[in-house]
Design a protein around this ligand. Structure first.
Ligand code: 13P
Length: 249
């Protein structure tokens, strides 16, 4: 059993509305005071509204720059002022659609920490990479980009999310064994550099998690909760997923 506190995080992506903020916030507040941290990553425009409900919130990305002529970007400093305590960095959709490199992701990770935000570093392989046996190599490179810039100690104030790209939004969840194998690989890899950092790091699984499969994933020894996309937009499903993390305390 993991000794780490589980996290259940909802990534709304570019979905949701002002109405959904109040519906999900009410549901999330029902799960409060339990042994699980619940965090919601709504679109940035909804951050303040959701934070006002007392829900822990984060941004889906931040700029790698401080301020200036970067039209459309959101700085870490402003995200913090809007009520965010976390930010996702390197979500596979940011990498694939918006061309974020490992280096840019490492810069964002640094910028988050400089501004008091906890980065949730997202890593994961594509289907093609898995089929050609490159899963561990890809995941290691994504994590090492951050470690080589900031050192292993930087991971002690962060969260990791393993999200295989082929499982995102496809309904094709990794089996608990497949997910556990990669989570264990990550923890073993980090423990060669720092056993305390590796043992304390919360590593979430993401990719088609729902209220039916969450329990079997969350009870794996190296899986410390989930990063939920589609199912985080449905109050009932999200609450059951939060409750299913309790068994892992
Ligand atoms: P789905 O749960 O919709 O597969 O999305 C996962 C995800 O990308 C969370 O960040």
């Amino acid at each position: 059993m993991a000794q780490r506190k589980p996290i259940v995080a909802g990534n709304w992506k570019m979905n949701g509305s002002i109405e959904l903020v109040s519906e999900i916030s009410t549901a999330v507040n029902e799960c409060k005071n339990k042994q699980v941290d619940v965090i919601v990553f709504p679109p940035a425009a909804l951050l303040t509204k959701m934070a006002e409900f007392g829900v822990e919130v984060g941004t889906q990305t931040i700029s790698e720059f401080d301020s200036g002529a970067y039209t459309g970007e959101l700085s870490a400093e402003l995200a913090k002022q809007l009520g965010a305590t976390y930010t996702l960095v390197g979500h596979s959709e940011r990498r694939a659609i918006f061309g974020e490199s490992n280096e840019a992701v490492a810069n964002k990770f640094a910028k988050a920490q400089e501004n008091g935000l906890i980065p949730v570093l997202c890593v994961g392989e594509t289907e093609e990479q898995r089929e050609s046996g490159e899963t561990e190599k890809v995941v290691a490179e994504q994590i090492n980009a951050v470690i080589s810039k900031l050192g292993i100690a930087a991971l002690s104030n962060s969260v990791l999310a393993y999200e295989p790209v082929w499982a995102i939004g496809t309904g094709k969840t990794a089996t608990p064994e497949q997910a556990q194998a990669v989570h264990k690989f990550i923890r073993d890899m980090l423990s060669t550099q720092s056993e305390p950092v590796a043992q304390a790091l919360q590593i979430l699984y993401g990719g088609s998690v729902n209220d039916k499969n969450s329990k079997s994933l969350f009870t794996q020894p190296d899986i410390d909760g989930g990063l939920i996309g589609g199912a985080s937009l449905k109050a009932d499903a999200f609450v059951s997923i939060c409750n299913s993390a309790l068994g892992n305390v």
